[in-house]
Design a protein around this ligand. Structure first.
Ligand code: BTN
Length: 243
């Protein structure tokens, strides 16, 4: 894998998408120590101060007409496995792919298709000073380590993260046909079994019990009348209800 490293970029996803449009091969990754215009899902921004790990990886997309949801879910599993492998910490995944540590978001993932490839952008609050995040983010986010805490070397983390993500997305797992990632994805859900609100463009469009994640990584939500909604689109997000 080729890794391009920067002190500061507006967005590693933006940078790698531009390279991809110019013909960059899959296997290239970009890292920045901070971002000034970090991009999040659903058109949001992603606050990216120093101390976090911000990487984007260009991967092949086997079938350009296929939804990118599995790639996104696979990246979530790759991040979760890396955090366990390098830091020894257990995380969960909030559908689709927010990585949750101690009940708070510690990592966000943004996958963007570009022809027959995709850019997978991963932002981890690694040794982030939480006071540098906007207040609304601070309330729901956390960092794996505080800036004054000892932590495994960031390079070790980045190397493992790139390897795990690449291996999972290009090979499916440790061996061909290995779908243990899917079991890990389903098994680490912080949503299934909870009452959730379905949000579209910020507005609540439904409510119900999250009952399962299926083999296509779709989330099933059943409302009080027994009607089931199957969610597979990136346009939808989920919030636990308060009760
Ligand atoms: C989200 O939680 O909404 C997704 C956030 C994705 C952030 C990462 S940081 C590295 C890469 N570059 C970006 O601009 N965004 C992704």
């Amino acid at each position: 894998m080729k890794l391009l490293e920067f002190d500061c970029l507006d967005s590693t996803n933006r940078y790698l998408m531009d390279l991809a449009r110019e013909g960059e091969e899959a296997g290239t990754a970009v890292r920045a120590r901070r971002q000034t215009g970090g991009r999040g899902r659903l058109g949001r921004s992603f606050s990216s101060p120093e101390g976090g790990i911000y990487v984007s990886i260009l991967v092949p997309l086997p079938d350009p007409t296929k939804s990118d949801i599995n790639i996104t879910a696979m990246a979530g599993v790759a991040v979760m496995r890396t955090i366990k492998q390098v830091c020894g910490k257990d995380c969960g995944i909030k559908w689709v792919n927010d990585i949750i540590y101690n009940g708070r978001k510690v990592c966000g993932i943004l996958a963007q298709a570009c022809g027959d490839k995709a850019v997978i952008g991963i932002g981890v609050n690694y040794r982030t000073d939480m006071s540098e995040l906007p207040e609304d983010v601070r309330e729901i986010a956390c960092s794996l380590y505080s800036p004054d805490e000892e932590a495994p070397d960031e390079r070790e983390f980045v190397t493992a993260l790139l390897e795990n993500t690449w291996k999972l997305i290009t090979g499916g797992g440790d061996t061909p046909g290995d779908d243990s990632w899917l079991a890990d994805y389903k098994g680490s859900s912080t949503i299934v079994g909870n009452k959730v609100l379905i949000l579209k463009a910020g507005a609540v469009t439904g409510e119900g019990l999250a009952t399962e994640i299926d083999d296509a990584c779709r989330l099933h939500v059943v409302d009080g009348n027994g009607n089931e909604t199957v969610l597979s689109t990136g346009e939808v997000s989920i919030r636990k209800t308060d009760d």
